[in-house]
Write a protein that binds this ligand. Structure first.
Ligand SMILES: C[S@@+](CC[C@H](N)C(=O)[O-])C[C@H]1O[C@@H](n2cnc3c(N)ncnc32)[C@H](O)[C@@H]1O
Length: 217
């Protein structure tokens, strides 16, 4: 389980951890959606937040790391953004509140009963969109053969660096999230695709798994 201290230390170990560019999955899937209120789940340094705000979205940006939030707020500003420090593994967001709930490379740890995940799903308003972008773990299989299950934090835009051990087996994968969507949902996209950005130096990430679903009621 990675807590605030882990993430604060990780962000604090570099001046900038990620590229500042929006994630390709977000750009591809959200460009055609009308602007509304978005929840950026694990917003990091705010690359996606900035892109959303520039397109007219109001954004609630949540992260467990105060270091990341301070950095993101400085880069993006406060207009149309509510910055919230919270552990989404234990504190679910407001129910039915968001037209878009975006999880980009968000390492949500499995829990019995899927409480945290169900809380995130419930935060999508009727008619709203859930968007999950994740690395395809198949890209890592060869790399980790015989080397256990550790990996870096798993973001597609991260620069090469020393990688902390990260237990991928404890993290929800998109197919598990899709399996929890009931008749109240329509799955619009669930596929593996090539990343729009090249694999960051020192990583094996060449494909994303994308889950986009619309909440019907
Ligand atoms: C791999 S990074 C991705 C950051 C961002 N989505 C992006 O694509 O640039 C994962 C982010 O999730 C945050 N995070 C991890 N666990 C969290 C939790 N339980 N609650 C809230 N944020 C969390 C981390 O601090 C980190 O910023």
């Amino acid at each position: 389980m990675k807590d605030q201290r882990f993430w604060d230390d990780l962000y604090g170990s570099r001046e900038q951890l990620f590229s500042g560019n929006p994630n390709g999955v977000l750009v591809t899937e959200v460009s055609s959606l009308p602007a509304g209120h978005a929840l950026d789940v694990g917003c990091g340094e705010g690359g996606d937040v900035r892109w959303l705000v520039e397109r007219g979205w109001r954004v609630t940006a949540v992260d467990i790391s105060q270091v990341a939030l301070d950095r993101a707020a400085e880069a993006v500003g406060d207009d149309d953004v509510r910055w919230v420090r919270a552990d989404l593994g234990t504190a679910p967001p407001a129910a039915g509140a968001y037209d878009l709930v975006s999880l980009q490379y968000f390492p949500l740890v499995r829990d019995d009963g899927h409480r945290a995940l169900r809380g995130l799903l419930a935060s999508v308003a009727p008619g709203g969109t859930l968007l999950v972008g994740a690395h395809d773990m198949a890209d890592l299989a060869a790399h980790h053969e015989g080397a256990g299950h550790g990996e870096g934090v798993g973001h597609g835009e991260e620069p090469a660096r020393e990688k902390p051990d990260f237990d991928l087996d404890s993290i929800y994968q998109p197919h598990e999230i899709a399996a929890l969507l009931d008749d109240d949902w329509e799955i619009v996209v669930h596929e593996t695709r090539a990343r729009t950005a090249p694999a960051p130096e020192g990583t094996q990430h060449v494909r994303d798994i994308v889950l986009r679903a619309r909440r019907l009621r």
